[in-house]
Unconditional design. Sequence first.
Length: 887
Amino acid sequence: MSEDLTSKQTNPKEIRLTDYRSPEYTTETVDLTFDIKDGNTEVRSKLHVKRCLDGVSELLLNGQDLELLSVVVDGRALSGNEYTVDSETLLIPELGAEHDIEIVTVIKPEENTALEGLYKSSQMYCTQCEAEGFRKITYYQDRPDVLARFTTTIIADTERYPTLLSNGNRMRSETRVDGRSAVTWQDPFPKPSYLFALVAGDLEMIEDTFTTMTGRSVTLQIFSEAHNIGQCDYAMDVLKRSMRWDEERFGREYDLDIFMIVAVEDFNMGAMENKGLNIFNTSCVLATPDTATDAAYQRVEAVVAHEYFHNWSGNRVTCRDWFQLSLKEGFTVFRDAEFSSDMNSRAVKRIEDVGFLRTIQFAEDGGPLAHPVRPSSYLEISNFYTTTIYEKGAEVVRMYDTLLGTQKFRAGTDLYFDRFDGSAVTTDDFADVMSEVGDKDLTQFKRWYDQAGTPLVKLVERYEDGELSLDIVQSCASSPKQDAKAPYHMPLLIGVLAPDGAPLSFYDLAVDSSEEVRSSADGDSLLIELRNEQASLNLSSFEAKPVVSFLRDFSAPIRVDYARPDDELAFLVEHDVNGFVRWDALQSLWVAYFSGASELDLAQLIGKLGEQATSNEDAEQLQLIAMMLNVPEMSYLFEALGEFEVDTLLRQRDAVIGTIALENVDIWAALYEQYFADGAFQPDAKGMAQRGLKNAAFAYHVRNLRGSELVSTVQRHYQGADNLTDRRAALKAALTEPDFPVEARTDLLTDFYDKWRNEALVVDLWFNLQAQSPVLTLDEIKALEEHPAFDMKNPNRARALFSVFGMLNHSRFHAIDGSGYKYLADAIARLDALNPQIAARLSAPLTLWRRYDPVRQERMRDALSTLTTADSMSKDLYEVVTKALDN
Ligand code: TRP
Ligand code: ZN
């Protein structure tokens, strides 16, 4: 009937944006009945379809891995020769203008390890339909530009599945004599099939209410399996805060009377914005001090808000086709980032996001899988849920805000929601609205959607007789299938500082530029709208040579080549008013240091920052300092340095950490003791700042210790911890310090495991820390797979081992004999048979082979090549591997 999921895909069909055609028929209503029984679920689907284009008579439905029982049109059962069915479609010919169609299929959720469509996680049934999972449930027009009203009835065993949920409002429920119940849900809002959701399980629930800005009361419910229900309160708090924030900041009110979140343990991504029924990976919803690190708390805050915000940016206004994915994802990431900025510190959030963008998105954008924010073709859409679509897409939205100013940007989003409510639109529609309200030609700006690659802006600075001039040149390297790039329209935000560190006002300067420029209302910064390949900026009437603070707030997602003396960068670290530039200047110094171009004593600079932290009280300043105390991660350096050799860089980085530790020995000891007892755990900015400082100081402090003193200090840190962030720091030290005795390390790991073995997310961390440990051998890491708690089928667990190994264990993954690459490739091949989406994602580290030295390049390509020789390969993995080897 249908093709095996893992059958070899030799020539998957390329889907192209230029082939887009609006649907010939549309589905207006769909009435689904799920009869859930062990081993198979029967899905009865009643469609009301209507012709949209004159002269057409064929209805094309998508379907995959379905057993088709019957097709009935207007009450008449079709015989097998009255329709055509293949492994991906069901075609019903000879139709008229309007019909009622009933289709019955059988699916097997228990066997669904791909976690797409209807599947079983622990004891519960749940769905994941984005992007093309609905076609694994029933034959349907599974495309985002078909919006239908859904009614869903779920029938299941009452005792085992007392909780039966779907989108919209609960209309009816009945308990039957046969021990089964039926519940019917109706969603009043027309929606594409990717937003459909169903949950059946034995779940606990917490409930709250929210009163909207117009005074409507909304019931809020979070569901999870009983053992997790005690960890849902933080998410509920975030949900209420994000609902209020979206009203205040974007004027967006929630529209149904109920909003539900369900936490599931097996989930491919972070979470899903199904209408009125968001489904979450437990990792993005559960949070208590003992089970979530500060990073995890922040992730819960961001993802709960993100999915909620999709109700407008994604659900009420959706995407015409999947090439427009960034329309909803880029915009919604921008919205959740703004929310997190308002909840915590704007500068801290910006720095975290830029660090991520530079490490992961720049790598993607410079590699063989580079694609534009609006791609023009794909083989498998699941592969395009990327940092380019999400994070670079969010940067593009941020640039509208910067170019138009916050007021006009808000007018633009108001108009966008108003004009397109209930429809499926494109990134062009979004751009056109912004152009209209901003009264600005954004034709050139749209290149951000079409051209892949990270632009490079090169600056040359001259100063003479009170006049500072900057020559600005932009370029962008070629990308797969895109050789030449045209110049971008980008906002560059700059400031200037006097030699004593005082910010200078642009109102006091004469400004002359080849580009459009305007200063901020307070005069502190200047916005240059770079449009040309070459541009100039001249500033005059300085009394002495100023220091330029460039690309404040990271106003455009670009690389910068701006050769400047070490002391100017150090000056910016100390004096700039822009938190991002302070951090950025320090990263530039680090990059110069690792490329052998800096003479500055960075150990002393870091020590000075550590000292400042002992006397500062401001939570934001402390968080900034905490971030600046850490030497950039290897993966950040891989992307920032043009040339490097992995082992040499690892040694250099390790050595400089040792120097920072040793040369400031008293500072770290003092800072550590100062923050060791930092009061009861709070997941707020102050608490996070304190733990950030404590753990940065702790890491340097233990670097100076040996033998029993090392062990007892780590043990004390571990034992004294009242939260997972601190416990993690202790375990990390035991798994990083080469002198840490094996026996003491094993004791700590065993203790941690025994205490938290029932908390899946904590056990994930236990695997994660070992998978990234440079002191464990590859064999020891491989042995983790034999641990009874390891489970290939659980994405969080698989990621904790394999993804962490490939992305963070640089010494073992990049072992020169290629053993690390082989290990990852082998894991990918095994995973591909179970879960293609996860397998394709895990290959990312191997696709970046071009960054490394010739020997490693060859070994990485070898590892990728072995994947192509497997008997079977999913479409997902095929696309990633062939593109990686092609380019
Ligand atoms: N739309 C989801 C988000 O909020 C992404 C997502 C969740 C997803 N699950 C998925 C995408 C499975 C592809 C496959 O970002
Ligand atoms: Zn999203």
